[in-house]
Design a protein around this ligand. Sequence first.
Ligand code: DP6
Length: 321
Amino acid sequence: MKKITAIAHPNFALIKYWGKSNFYENIPAMGSISVVVDAMKSETTVSFPPELKKDTWVLNKVEQPSLGHLEPSLQYLRSMSPMRQSCLIESTNNFPTAAGLASSASGTASFVKAMSQCLEIQPKRKQMIKATMLGSGSAPRSLFSGFVHLDFFEGALDCMTILNPEEWPLKVIVCLTSLERKSVSSRDGMEISRKTSSFYKDWVNNHYQDIELALSAIASRNLKTLGTVAQENCLKMHEVMKTSQPSIDYWNMTTHSVVKSIETMQDDGLDIFYTIDAGPQVKIICKSDLTEEVCSAMKKISGIKSIIECGLGQGARLIGG
Ligand code: DP6
């Protein structure tokens, strides 16, 4: 029996997407820029066991009640293949799932990569982007390496690497402040914000300026400018969340302590910045010579569950035979 395995890494947005233009096709209302990280990964194996009666997804060794967000991606890939046998999808994450660490992005990207190979189809780049996006709006970014731009140029969706990891080998220090699943999913949260936050319109309309600024900062390897725009973009997104009804606040006490400590280091002249997604975890971005200093400052903060040091990673790929 054929078994295909792929891995993909999570990616963390520096310029974020929060809100959809099409809920059913899961299309983001704005572009985004992210970094793919190397030390965290999702691994997905796909097979078609002859005795299997229905499509089955086993995540971290636990059978799931349904295929969840993988279902639309699977349907789309199946439409390119005559194969109709039930599939077994076995995924593992080497980091906490659904805790604001982009497990759905890396999980979906590894699934799409493995499933395309198992179905013996060769989706084009844009079809891979669509297949992953149907699973999660941030997932196309995990198909690519390093700094990645998910773009809507003149309405057409595209996604690409803008700098490879070795071209600007920054570090991403992930500070876990909780290991629990988040209470509001990104998908639900975005819809609540779109419908109720009075800041939402401005957030969407002004977003392109942040993208442009970040693109030029990345092109010129200007960490200070990138940090300023990324941090502001992150805080704007959390403001949109907080001004939603009901208000969405993913931060916990430790998140606040970590942010305070980073701000103190920034005041002391350290060229670092942070970003926070739909969860309480804080990701700190810096050059490698500051990793030790930043990590030892973080270790002193009570409430931090663990710290994961990452470099920038590669896009989704097949592994094994
Ligand atoms: C805050 O891609 O997880 O991390 O498309 O509904 O699966 P769905 O949402 P998801 O949302 C990501 C939101 C974010 C910002 C970002 O990664 O751009």
